[in-house]
Ligand binder design. Structure first.
Ligand SMILES: *[C@@H]1O[C@H](CO)[C@@H](O)[C@H](O)[C@H]1NC(C)=O
Ligand SMILES: *[C@@H]1O[C@H](CO)[C@@H](O)[C@H](O)[C@H]1NC(C)=O
Ligand SMILES: *[C@@H]1O[C@H](CO)[C@@H](O)[C@H](O)[C@H]1NC(C)=O
Ligand SMILES: *[C@@H]1O[C@H](CO)[C@@H](O)[C@H](O)[C@H]1NC(C)=O
Ligand SMILES: *[C@@H]1O[C@H](CO)[C@@H](O)[C@H](O)[C@H]1NC(C)=O
Length: 330
């Protein structure tokens, strides 16, 4: 009697353990999702769970070799500036760890609006591979074994990692020729055909960020005095300087800079796409920006001297400490 009871109990425990472990493997709950935990069973399911938009299944002729070890990937979040950091962080972390990088197709589609030669493949190319990702971590610090995968959280900004290879990431983020041509046309217009001008790209972010600066960083938003002080810095250095102002609030800029003959505001008659404005900023010789990842990338890609608004704890500060020609003001 006892024996058979024991036997049943034993079997029940084994069964319970099996259920627990299969739940762990097959109901792979992704952290950070606003929706219900996602049951992910395939690499395509994983890709969808990383995207904020719905991705239609898409067959590709390209079938890559299946990954031997873990992979690095990231969740999609934010607009273009955030997604460049998400992409670049996967790119850099793969270099650092030797793991293979894959980005969700939604991020690639977004970035292909701007860049022409992105090398990190999407999940399409390994869609035929078995899903073996019951073990994953969220950062390099937690990562222990090469058979562990890393899924970075959305909004990740990792300058310490990415800017180790600043020249290489700039090459990875080559802007499309068509956009560069349009950007050069805009700069020529702004210079009124004068030659030998020094272009300073100015990114002014206002609409959604002013509140964010006060609530998230408990800081005072940049006001006119920041932009004029930053402009003075470049005016002292260069004789023929032209400020190319890119903003989400061109009306405010027109009001503030109407009398400034050295300032040219883009998109006043018809707004430019964010892709074209990024091409414009990256085509300038030097940069001024207040805050935000879009301004950061405009300045990193321009590669010149950069003056940015000083907020302690903002990621710009970390970027500024890594790049020698970046200065915080005031
Ligand atoms: C990885 O190693 C750290 C200590 O180096 C340890 O605290 C952590 O639990 C390990 N994580 C895993 C998933 O093994
Ligand atoms: C992962 O690698 C570690 C260390 O080499 C090893 O102990 C472990 O068994 C491996 N796990 C899997 C699931 O392959
Ligand atoms: C610049 O030069 C081009 C051709 O040389 C001319 O068509 C254009 O009107 C000029 N633009 C300005 C702003 O002077
Ligand atoms: C162009 O500008 C630079 C710096 O402002 C100056 O050194 C150079 O002599 C100028 N060249 C011409 C052709 O005007
Ligand atoms: C400044 O930027 C313009 C426009 O992209 C470019 O043509 C010029 O060569 C740059 N000047 C210097 C000194 O890099």
């Amino acid at each position: 009697m006892f024996n058979s009871h024991h036997n049943i109990l034993f079997k029940a425990i084994i069964l319970a353990l099996c259920v627990i472990s299969s739940v762990h493997i097959f109901l792979f709950p992704l952290y950070g999702l606003e929706t219900q935990p996602y049951a992910v069973k395939t690499l395509q399911g994983l890709e969808q769970s990383l995207c904020t938009i719905s991705m239609r299944h898409h067959k590709t002729g390209k079938k890559a070799k299946c990954p031997n070890y873990g992979i690095v990937t990231v969740m999609q979040g934010g607009r273009i500036g955030n997604q460049i950091w998400e992409y670049a962080s996967v790119w850099a972390l793969a270099r650092r760890t030797g793991l293979e990088p894959y980005i969700p197709r939604c991020i690639k589609l977004k970035l292909e609006q701007v860049f022409s030669s992105l090398s990190v493949p999407t999940f399409e190319e390994i869609a035929h591979c078995p899903f073996e990702m019951d073990k994953f971590v969220k950062s390099l610090d937690e990562w222990n074994y090469t058979n562990q995968s890393i899924i970075l959280p959305r909004y990740i900004v990792q300058p310490e990692l990415v800017l180790t290879w600043v020249q290489d990431i700039k090459q990875e983020l080559t802007i499309k020729k068509k956009l560069l041509k349009k950007a050069q046309y805009i700069l020529r217009m702004a210079a009124k055909n004068r030659t030998n001008c020094t272009f300073v790209g100015v990114h002014i972010r206002r609409t959604d960020y002013i509140n964010r600066v006060m609530t998230k960083y408990s800081a005072k938003p940049a006001d006119l005095s920041f932009y004029t002080a930053a402009m003075k810095y470049f005016e002292k250095k260069y004789l023929r300087v032209i400020f190319i102002i890119v903003s989400d609030d061109p009306k405010w800029c027109i009001k503030q800079f109407a009398g400034n003959t050295k300032a040219y505001i883009t998109g006043t008659t018809k707004p430019n796409t964010p892709a074209l404005d990024l091409a414009v900023l990256s085509s300038c010789n030097h940069s001024i920006f207040d805050y935000g990842t879009y301004g950061q990338w405009g300045a990193i890609l321009a590669g010149g001297e950069t003056v940015f608004y000083s907020i302690k704890d903002h990621s710009s500060y970390r970027v500024g400490q890594l790049l020698p020609n970046w200065h915080a003001l005031p």
